[in-house]
Design a protein around this ligand. Structure first.
Ligand SMILES: *Cc1c(COP(=O)(O)O)cnc(C)c1O
Length: 228
């Protein structure tokens, strides 16, 4: 086992604890998801041995393949955090325990349509915090309406909101907008209290804003291998 991996994980967890303490928050309200995209399934099993129980993937094929490879590992929660395509909804639904990237009604409908016999799927409304409509996520002023749509789909459990902070703005400022969207979504579904935010470069700011689910990749895994 890679001791550097254990060291990086411990260092990140210490920073999470520090940020939670500074914000007066209880660690029990913060789930650290390790983003393992582009890394082999063996990295996921190494992380599991270190106590990690939540992992994140952003491509459906990779998620499906790794989950199949690691099917014997109990209690591992797979979060899908990538752009979701309607024609992949069935595969996403089969492999993910939570989908963070619901950003339009059509993808919500497709996931609902793929319910088969699966248990209710945890989903989050992804909010676009940039000015670029081409980026993933619904515009902040559309989050409430999308939440109302998702709330009508019985096989989906609306949990909250997700976002990636823009590169060209103070993350704390961008996360304030996300918090307003989170409030708007909770006005529709009061217990949809998850806020998925915070990556390697901005997780302390996300914790200060109230993030409940951090998605941390390279600070823990080391640099990602090149995309294929
Ligand atoms: C890759 C990715 C992350 C993790 O990024 P790091 O900067 O490596 O921590 C988080 N969220 C999403 C949506 C990602 O695609």
């Amino acid at each position: 086992m890679d001791t550097a991996l254990a060291d990086r994980l411990a260092a990140v967890d210490e920073r999470i604890q520090d940020a939670a303490r500074a914000a007066g928050r209880d660690l029990a309200g913060i789930t650290r998801i390790v983003v393992t995209k582009f890394h082999p399934a063996s990295l996921v099993s190494d992380l599991y041995a270190l106590g990690v129980r939540h992992v994140g993937e952003n491509r459906q094929q990779e998620l499906t393949a790794k989950r199949a490879e690691l099917v014997g590992i109990p209690d591992l929660v797979w979060h899908f955090i990538g752009q979701a395509q309607t024609n992949k909804a069935r595969a996403v639904r089969a492999a993910a325990d939570a989908v963070h990237s619901v950003d339009r009604s059509r993808i919500a409908d497709a996931l609902h349509g793929a319910a088969d016999g699966h248990a209710a799927l945890d989903v989050l409304v992804q909010v676009n915090l940039t000015d670029d409509p081409g980026r993933g996520g619904v515009a902040p002023d559309g989050a409430e309406r999308l939440a109302a749509h998702v709330a009508e789909l019985s096989s989906l459990r609306l949990r909250g909101v997700m976002a990636v902070a823009p590169l060209d703005e103070e993350p704390a400022r961008a996360f304030e907008r996300l918090r307003r969207s989170a409030d708007a979504v909770r006005s529709v579904v009061p217990d949809a209290g998850w806020i998925s935010a915070g990556m390697t470069g901005d997780f302390p700011e996300a914790i200060a804003m109230g993030a409940t689910h951090l998605r941390i990749g390279s600070a823990i895994t080391g640099p990602r291998p090149p995309r294929d």
